[in-house]
Write a protein that binds this ligand. Sequence first.
Ligand code: MET
Ligand SMILES: [Zn+2]
Length: 375
Amino acid sequence: MGLSVAETSSSSSSSSSSSSPMMIPDLLRQSGSVAIIDGGLTTELERHGADLNDPLWSAKCLLTSPHLIRRVHLDYLEAGADIIITASYQATIQGFEAKGFSQEESEAMLKRCVEIAREARDIYYENCRELSNDSADDGRVLKHRSILVAASVGSYGAYLADGSEYRKVEILLINLKYLFLAVSICSGDYGNAMDLEFLKDFHRRRVQILADAGADLIAFETVPNKLEAQAYARLLEEEDIKIPAWFSFNSKDGVHVVSGDSLLECAAIAEACKKVVAVGINCTPPRFIHDLILTVKKGTTKPILIYPNSGESYDADKKEWVQNTGVSDDDFVSCVNTWCDVGASLVGGCCRTTPNTIRAIYKTLSNRSAAPSLK
Ligand code: MET
Ligand SMILES: [Zn+2]
């Protein structure tokens, strides 16, 4: 495979010293009550021409064009993001091994996702040092501030649902009872045969590696159901994972998480886990976000994060987004203040949002903190 040794080893993999349960409150204080998460990574890589129709999704770029991942992280920082999320959403040891990599190589690629984000942050800090203003003439935000690297962990369903046939065969050989899961996997409902131990085992090594690779926190993203949230919470505690995490669920109806489980119960799982420092919603259409924040708020006292998608619909058969079915950046951003008013304190974008979306969020939030009534 096209991954050079140079790309799998980096000097920047030491553990971050900023990893503490206070990191989110500190970040919120720094940014004046609301911090900015980056926008869609995979869809932005695709917009730059990457072909990511692959079980590894954005992590395929690790093999073909890691510089592009670094470039997109940097674009989001220059648009004003305080938190960048790594390309590991669908990077799994199981997925890499299915492509013929050894366990050692697979683990190195997971680490590489974190290293690339840290490299982008280092480049950004360097660029900030060269400038005395907070923004460059070309509009880039170059404001020296603490930036967090969040290591993405996608669900078991994300690993399976986008998978090619080899995975179904693999699963059949491993354990017949899991074969039928493929039927319900797209709905985020893993069926009655799925159990906590299986999910913990599936995620264990990946979470350990990402935590040791120098990320500031783990972003459990697009969590589809309660069982997987429970598995993450147990893993964090049993393995004594050294960095905090956030739990971010997704919804297709504006009421439940995508499997149909209660969002309130999911939020309560995050609330009960000491290692979870924020909880919220991602990859969900903007029109649902207001009510979902109100529900999450009932289940948690922790900071609430939201990073909706563009609202465009996804054609699962064609495996592509249906153009122009979503909201414009202006419409998206016009909701941001309301979302903050009802309780969101970390705001960004997910699939099909771009650096322009994040730039617009940065502008609207700057005006918000400058408004006299809010001082
Ligand atoms: C399906 S949600 C994907 C989230 C991930 N962080 C990405 O932007 O690639
Ligand atoms: Zn998304």
